[in-house]
Design a binder for this molecule. Structure first.
Ligand code: ADP
Ligand code: ZN
Length: 215
C-alpha cells in the first residue's frame, strides 16, 4: 500500500498516521518529524530547516526531496509506505513520481483530510505533546490530567515552536498557496479521496479503512 496523507496543518494527519500504522505494518514517513529530529540532533540540515519551520515556511524543495528519496529507497518500504506531509508542492509531487518510477512503484491513494480554518487554528494553538513519548494533547479538549505532565509516561509537556500565534497563520497561508493546488494534481490522476476531518478521529479512521480496503 503506497499512501500519501494530505491536508492542512491541524487537520489530523498525525493522528490518522498513528492509527494507520497500528493497523497496517508499513513505515510512516513524516517529513515534519524527520526535520524535527534533525533539529533536535543539531545537524547542519536541522539548523537550516529550523529557520524555515520557525517562520512557518516550507523547507526548500531540494532538501526535502533529497531526504524523502533516500528514505523511500530503504528496504522497509518494499511492502508500502505512508507519506505524511510530503509532497507539499507541485515540484515535490513530480519528484516523487519520478523517484517511485525508478523504484518500480507508484502512489496508490491520496487521502486528503480537511477542516475549516477556525477549527485548525483552535487545534494548533492548543496542541501540546509529551517530550518523551510524543503523545499529543490539546489544552482545550484533551488536556493531561496534571498540567505539564504526560499521563502515560510522566514526561514533560511541551508546545511545538511552530504552533505559536502568527506561525500558525503563516502555515495556513503557505498551505493554501503552495499545497492546496496539489489536490487537483491527485484528483486528475483519480487518486484523491477527500475526508471530513472535523469529527471524531475514530470516525475519520473508519472511513480511511474503508478506502484502503477497497483498493
Ligand atoms: P504540519 O502539517 O502540522 O504543518 P509538519 O510536522 O508536517 O506540520 O511540518 C512542520 C514543518 O516542517 C513545516 O511547516 C515545514 O517547515 C517543514 N516541512 C515538513 N514537510 C515539508 C515538505 N514536504 N516540504 C517543505 N517543508 C516541509
Ligand atoms: Zn509521555
Amino acid at each position: 500500500m503506497n499512501i500519501i496523507l494530505m491536508g492542512p496543518p491541524g487537520a489530523g494527519k498525525g493522528t490518522q498516521a498513528e492509527l494507520i500504522k497500528a493497523k497496517y505494518p508499513i513505515p510512516h514517513i513524516s517529513t515534519g518529524d524527520m526535520f524535527r529530529e534533525a533539529v533536535s540532533n543539531g545537524t547542519q540540515m536541522g539548523k537550516e530547516a529550523q529557520k524555515y519551520m520557525d517562520a512557518g515556511k516550507l523547507v526548500p524543495d531540494q532538501v526535502t526531496i533529497g531526504i524523502v528519496e533516500e528514505r523511500l529507497a530503504q528496504s522497509d518500504c518494499a511492502k508500502g509506505f505512508l507519506l505524511d506531509g510530503f509532497p507539499r508542492t507541485t515540484v515535490q509531487a513530480e519528484a516523487l513520481d519520478q523517484t517511485l518510477k525508478k523504484l518500480n512503484k507508484k502512489v496508490e491513494v491520496a487521502l486528503n483530510i480537511a477542516a475549516p480554518d477556525e477549527i485548525l487554528i483552535e487545534r494548533l494553538s492548543g496542541r501540546v505533546s509529551c517530550k518523551d513519548c510524543k503523545k499529543v494533547y490539546n489544552l482545550s479538549y484533551s488536556p493531561p490530567a496534571q498540567a505539564g505532565v504526560c499521563d502515560i509516561c510522566g514526561g514533560e509537556i511541551i508546545q511545538r515552536s511552530d504552533d505559536r500565534g502568527e506561525t500558525v497563520a503563516k502555515r495556513l497561508e503557505v498551505y493554501n498557496e503552495q499545497t492546496a493546488p496539489l489536490l487537483k494534481y491527485y484528483d486528475e490522476c483519480q487518486l484523491l479521496h477527500n475526508l471530513d476531518g472535523n469529527r471524531d478521529s475514530r470516525e475519520v479512521f473508519q472511513e480511511v479503512v474503508r478506502i484502503l480496503e477497497s483498493l
